[in-house]
Design a binder for this molecule. Structure first.
Ligand code: ZN
Length: 128
C-alpha cells in the first residue's frame, strides 16, 4: 500500500487510530461519524467513533503531539505539490518525518503511518 496515495477519510483515520493512537475504535460500516466530538460512542459496538484525523486539524494535532512533533515545515514543489516535514526532538538529537499532501491533517496522518511502519511503536520511547 502506498501511504502517500491514501485519500483522507475513514480508512486512513482507522489506521491512525489503531496503529498510532492505540485506540480501539468503531469499525461498523454505515455508522456516520461526527467529527470533532470524540466522546461519541457507537450504539452498535460500544466503541469510540473514530476521530477524523485526516480531515480535522484539531484531531490531527493530537497525532502530532503523541509523536512529539514540535515543528512543521512545508516546501512547494515545482509541480505544485506540497511536501511537509515534521520534526521530532530537538537538534542535534532529532529526526524529520515527511509526507506529501495538500492539507496539513492528511500530511500528518500519512507521515505518522510511515513512521509507525518504519519504527514500529518504538517512537513512544524516543526522547524520554
Ligand atoms: Zn460501531
Amino acid at each position: 500500500m502506498n501511504i502517500d496515495k491514501m485519500p483522507a477519510g475513514r480508512e486512513i483515520d482507522i489506521m491512525v487510530a489503531e496503529s498510532v493512537m492505540q485506540l480501539s475504535v468503531c469499525r461498523c460500516l454505515g455508522v456516520p461519524r461526527v467529527c470533532g466530538m470524540d466522546m461519541d460512542v457507537c450504539m452498535d459496538c460500544g466503541r469510540q467513533l473514530c476521530p477524523c484525523y485526516s480531515l480535522h486539524i484539531v484531531e490531527a494535532w493530537k497525532v502530532a503531539r503523541k509523536l512529539k512533533w514540535w515543528k512543521a515545515e512545508t516546501d512547494l514543489g515545482e509541480d505544485g505539490s506540497v511536501a511537509w516535514h515534521f520534526r521530532q526532538g530537538t537538534p542535534p538529537r532529532h529526526k524529520w518525518f515527511a509526507a506529501q499532501a495538500d492539507l496539513a491533517p492528511l500530511a500528518i496522518c500519512r507521515a505518522a503511518l510511515k513512521l509507525v511502519n518504519e519504527m514500529g511503536m518504538s517512537f513512544t520511547n524516543d526522547n524520554s
